[in-house]
Design a protein around this ligand. Structure first.
Ligand SMILES: NC(=O)c1ccc[n+]([C@@H]2O[C@H](COP(=O)([O-])OP(=O)(O)OC[C@H]3O[C@@H](n4cnc5c(N)ncnc54)[C@H](O)[C@@H]3O)[C@@H](O)[C@H]2O)c1
Length: 353
């Protein structure tokens, strides 16, 4: 992987976001030339700026719905690989702003693909959607890539409709016509240091723990495929590399979930976190909005064809995450240093060379 990514020109959309910051930090450490597109960054709490990535990633800040600006950005960079992460990614926000959620998530991807099909330098595109793109059935049996797409809330539906659009572009313009790899990646709820989003479990916990406040949780018994952010990112990196080399074999839809039988509920995650932090209390709060109770991904396809497999179990992932916040917030270590140390540790534990 290190040999492959060295000096590759890569565009990351959503670079100023949580996953975008970890991904670009990792790509830089692999020797890639990283370019970014972000929008409306919150500079006070934003991991991207805490890692000083604005100095290492040539980044433009504008709305991905602006077709003209996006076209000129991609034409100027001439990337060979694109990781498309830009989105409105929060379910709760999607209830408040359904039009914006559909518009950014669907039209943003549509703009990117329409522009990319006219640019010859591009050889591999990963569109990040979500495990929530599947039709909800509240079963804890893992969804396979071939299962029915659905989505009741606006966020989930925006991602499943994006899946169908990407498939049409793949079949019509990319893999079959231009020999360019185009895949969607469906991952679960990620955790990791440096996430400050509102209404996400780990950032909410850290905010409460820091102020010695009780942690309030909405859905204590909901199961989620929690995973450390580096797990799906490893999947995106392997997939982008494989479909670059062999677009016909590797282009498609891919799940990057947790190890089988590792469903963990919200309450257990918070309890692990309190344990690793050293103190804290939790309280259950009622939730009236619809969210799927169980969500699990079947990862057989990625394991078989990409040789991708999660490195950590859920407890190790919560420990790794809590460590990041403790080192940065309590022991005042530099966020960039802690992040790089964790990437190196993860590469070692995953036997990545
Ligand atoms: N975090 C998770 O648990 C999770 C789980 C499944 C899927 N995902 C998906 O992964 C991707 C990244 O998520 P994240 O957690 O890093 O989110 P985030 O909110 O931290 O980052 C979102 C990024 O998208 C950019 N963006 C938002 N609106 C934009 C617009 N109109 N134009 C251009 N850029 C825009 C933001 O500036 C930011 O860089 C998203 O596509 C999300 O749906 C995330």
């Amino acid at each position: 992987m290190k040999k492959f990514y060295k000096n590759k020109k890569i565009l990351v959309t959503g670079v100023t976001g949580f996953k975008g910051a970890w991904l670009s930090q990792w790509l830089i450490s692999l020797g890639a030339k990283v370019y970014g597109l972000g929008y409306n960054p919150n500079q006070n709490k934003n991991l991207f700026y805490k890692l000083n990535l604005q100095k290492k990633v040539k980044t433009k800040l504008f709305d991905i719905r602006n077709y003209k600006q996006l076209k000129s950005l991609i034409k100027n960079i001439k990337p060979s690989i694109i990781f498309h992460l830009a989105a409105q990614p929060l379910i709760y926000e999607s209830y408040k702003k359904p039009h914006l959620t559909f518009d950014v998530n669907y039209r943003g991807t549509l703009n990117l693909l329409e522009i990319s099909r006219g640019i010859n330098s591009i050889k591999s595109i990963i569109v990040v959607t979500s495990d929530k793109c599947y039709e909800s059935n509240n079963s804890s049996k893992g969804f396979k890539e071939t299962d029915l797409l659905g989505g009741i809330d606006p966020y989930s539906a925006s991602k499943s409709s994006t899946e169908i659009m990407v498939r049409a572009y793949r079949k019509t313009f990319f893999t079959n016509k231009k020999n360019v790899g185009l895949s969607t990646a469906r991952a679960g709820n990620v955790i990791g240091g440096g996430d400050w989003s509102l209404n996400r479990l780990i950032p909410d916990c850290v905010r409460s723990l820091l102020k010695d406040k009780v942690i309030e949780i909405r859905n204590p018994n909901f199961n989620r495929p929690w995973q450390h952010v580096l797990e799906p990112l490893k999947g995106y990196l392997i997939l982008a590399m494989q479909q670059f080399k062999n677009p016909k074999k590797f282009s498609g839809a891919w799940n990057f979930g947790t190890k089988p039988n590792s469903l963990t509920n919200v309450k257990s995650i918070v309890k692990y976190m309190i344990g690793f932090w050293g103190k804290g209390k939790l309280k259950i709060r009622k939730n009236k909005l619809y969210e799927q109770q169980n969500l699990q991904l079947n990862i057989n396809k990625a394991t078989k064809y990409l040789k991708w497999y999660p490195t950590y179990n859920i407890k190790q992932s919560v420990r790794f995450t809590t460590d990041w916040y403790l080192k940065v917030l309590k022991y005042k270590k530099k966020p960039s240093l802690v992040t790089l140390e964790q990437i190196t540790q993860y590469e070692k534990d995953s036997k990545i060379s």
